[in-house]
Design a protein around this ligand. Structure first.
Ligand SMILES: Cc1cc2nc3c(=O)[nH]c(=O)nc-3n(C[C@H](O)[C@H](O)[C@H](O)COP(=O)(O)O)c2cc1C
Length: 478
């Protein structure tokens, strides 16, 4: 029940006063006749009471009815593969709330017909992955995009994240915008494209948010300070490999250790070579857990055609010295988190993709969840046993119930992880039938699409789609 407000209490007091004052004058007891002055004061009290009642009633009527949950709120929707869009959507929602707006935040996959109808202002933060594709967490919405949902009263804005190096630049963001347009919705502003985190485009988005919040000033979150970390260990794990050197790196926080989960990503801010150079950032899958007390990465040295070291990997693997500090922030990557039960796990990866899988396995081992099957691909067994000792220990301890290595160059024909999966197709089907979830981490160019082809062929499109929609097919690919 609603508590009585100050106005209601005041009114009650005045009411009691007028009753008392009126009966005070007209009591049947043999009190002296009321004077004219007393009568006048009683009349004034009653008049004040009537006026106060009217004012209160008027105010109540003038107040708009409180909106039902969700209604009237600005809906911020995101489609994210590796957490950027989700992070930006979260920042946007926080900024709008700080500016007094009522805001709801939702993954695109959860945007159903009822919600589409309920909100008349929506902001979409939409990433593109694969070759112009939707992120996995948006797959459920794709079916909706083949239907008609007239939305004549909806006003929307789209922030499309992408990378110009891809052929279908911001493809999925534009697909969402064009579907909204076809439904009759009105754009609040032209779709804003963000090329690889471009700060100018993000600033434009912040200005639009400011306008939506009644010309509030939305602070820049892109330039926020990153926590400092100290490089405490670096070790090459594949000496003698025909591939590029792979390094295990460990960092300790300069102040507090932040929280993160297996599957999350580290954003490393590279030191500027000179003041004119824009700040550059690189993402790496985190290979450790907070319980390790340190953040570990698995990074391969990259070189271009002329043999020049990559900017990020070169700094991490070669230039940085032990004890040096870097700025690094953890980003939640929900699409690669563990299931919240102990269902079996099939972990598939190649190269430095073992980083993310290692964090997942550490968490599974700590939780005593032992049905884990790893399929891992590298070049030669003699030189590329990345974290080989740990994997052997996990096998010994029963944390890994099965391991299939694909040493691509140990025999005349090339054998990759997708072939190993194909060879074990019966086991794949039986694990999936038992509820297994599949995690793929590593190369987006060759490995991930090839693995997907095998899954498609062996499980069928319908099952694979169900696995994707229910969080049982998760990928962290780059
Ligand atoms: C495997 C992969 C595929 C990508 N494909 C595209 C693409 O086709 N078009 C595009 O504009 N951007 C593409 N990108 C760039 C992403 O859209 C960009 O990195 C974005 O910031 C990712 O946001 P998210 O973390 O929310 O998924 C791709 C990125 C990756 C890692």
């Amino acid at each position: 029940m609603k508590k009585p407000g100050l106005g209601t209490l005041g009114l009650l007091m005045i009411g009691l006063l007028s009753v008392w004052s009126f009966f005070g004058q007209h009591a049947p007891i043999a009190w002296p006749q009321p004077s004219e002055q007393a009568l006048l004061s009683a009349a004034v009290t009653v008049l004040v009471y009537v006026l106060a009642c009217t004012a209160l009633l008027w105010r109540r009527r003038a107040k708009p009815a409180a909106p039902a949950a969700g209604e009237g709120a600005l809906l911020v929707v995101y489609a994210s593969q590796t957490g950027h869009a989700e992070q930006l959507a979260q920042h946007s929602a926080d900024a709008l709330r700080a500016a007094g707006q009522s805001v709801e935040l939702l993954p695109l996959g959860a945007l159903d017909a009822a919600r589409l109808r309920r909100h008349d202002r929506m902001l979409f933060v939409i990433s593109t992955t694969g070759e112009g594709d939707a992120p996995d967490n948006a797959f459920r919405f794709l079916a909706r995009m083949t239907e008609q949902h007239p939305l004549p009263t909806l006003r929307y804005g789209v922030l499309a994240l992408g990378d110009r190096r891809y052929q279908h630049y911001c493809g999925f963001g534009h697909a969402v915008a064009s579907w909204l347009r076809q439904q009759g919705a009105q754009a609040l502003f032209e779709t804003i494209e963000v090329n690889d985190g471009d700060a100018a485009a993000l600033k434009q988005w912040q200005q639009q948010l400011g306008q939506l919040a009644g010309n509030a000033v939305i602070g820049s979150w892109a330039q926020a300070e990153f926590p400092r970390w100290r490089l405490v260990e670096r070790r090459q794990l594949n000496p003698g490999s025909v591939g590029g050197p792979v390094h295990h790196l460990a960092f300790e926080p300069v102040s507090a250790l932040p929280a993160w989960q297996a599957g999350d990503i580290a954003e490393v801010r590279l030191p500027q070579r000179d003041a004119a150079e824009p700040v550059q950032q690189r993402d790496y899958s985190i290979a450790s857990l907070p319980t390790d007390g340190r953040l570990e990465l698995l990074v391969r040295e990259q070189r271009d055609a002329e043999g020049r070291l990559g900017r990020g990997s070169g700094w991490l693997c070669v230039q940085a010295v032990i004890g040096e500090e870097i700025a690094m922030q953890v980003r939640s990557n929900r699409s690669f988190h563990l299931p919240d039960d102990n269902r079996p796990l099939i972990l598939i990866g190649n190269g430095t993709g073992l980083a993310g899988l290692r964090a997942l396995l550490k968490a599974r081992a700590a939780a005593g969840q032992h049905r884990n099957w790893l399929l891992y691909g590298e070049r030669n067994a003699a030189h590329d046993q990345v974290y080989g000792g740990e994997l052997a220990d996990w096998q010994q301890a029963g944390v890994l119930t099965r391991v299939d290595f694909a040493w691509s160059r140990d025999q005349p024909e090339r054998i990759y992880v997708q072939q190993r999966l194909q060879q074990a197709a019966d086991l794949l089907r039986s694990w999936v039938a038992e509820g297994a979830a599949i995690y793929v981490c590593g190369g987006a160019q060759d490995m991930a699409p090839a693995v997907e082809q095998v899954l498609l062929a062996e499980l069928g499109a319908e099952t694979l789609q169900t696995l994707r929609e229910t969080g049982r097919y998760r990928r962290d690919v780059y």
